[in-house]
Design a protein around this ligand. Sequence first.
Ligand SMILES: [Zn+2]
Length: 265
Amino acid sequence: MDATAAVLLRRVDYGDYDLILTFFTEEAGKVAVIAKHAKKSKKRFAGVLELFSVLKIACQTRRRSGLPVLQEAVLEEPFAAIRENMLATAYASYWAELITSWSEEAQPQKCLYGLLVFVLDALNRQKMDSALLNLLFQMRFLDIAGLCPNLNYCCVCHAGLDNLPHHVAGFDMPRGGLRCHGCEDPEGTHICLSRGTIKQLQWLAQGDLDRVGRLRFSAQALGEAQRFLETFVPYHLGKEPRSLKVLRQLRPDVKGPEPRVMDGH
Ligand SMILES: [Zn+2]
């Protein structure tokens, strides 16, 4: 593998001396490598193999089976402020887990790489509210992964969002789309989203990245959007990320009215 920029997503001890590292690389997507003697030696990779930092790495692929061996790692962006803050670490861990669980080994994902570096940089510099960054990451990740929720029209009658008579629409998790009031499923329990929240989520998914920092969510919209995405993402990934549980324990509750859940009555 040629030298590439890479974010360190995961670090696992391997025996007494080595580390197994999972990188998300700019050129080759997710790649697992072994760093020999990285645990004990002060000279090899001294202090650079830290989670969520951006490195320039070079690896050597072994002729026989086995992981590529890390040859060189140069620190480009330490993003040290993330690791000094437990909540920021929890957000970054959640993004890292979504990427590692969804992406295939050695499949380039340049858009996703760019997105990850953008959110890590913003989190590190506290350029944007971390809860909002998390919404941004999840919406764009879903879009790249081809799992984007349908927030444009009712998934049953296809009435467009702007033509829905009510201010609030239900969201049908299994079908991955909105349901207008006329198409409510009496059996189903759906999360509700207000039209304002839906429009803001659409903007987060599609808007210009340089301008998303100016977006403001009310506490109610933030709570709604957070609950929605953190239900949608595990549902469509087929599992509950472990890091999401940690994040929920650490995160202060969003102040706002109780969630509205449509129970079909
Ligand atoms: Zn409908």
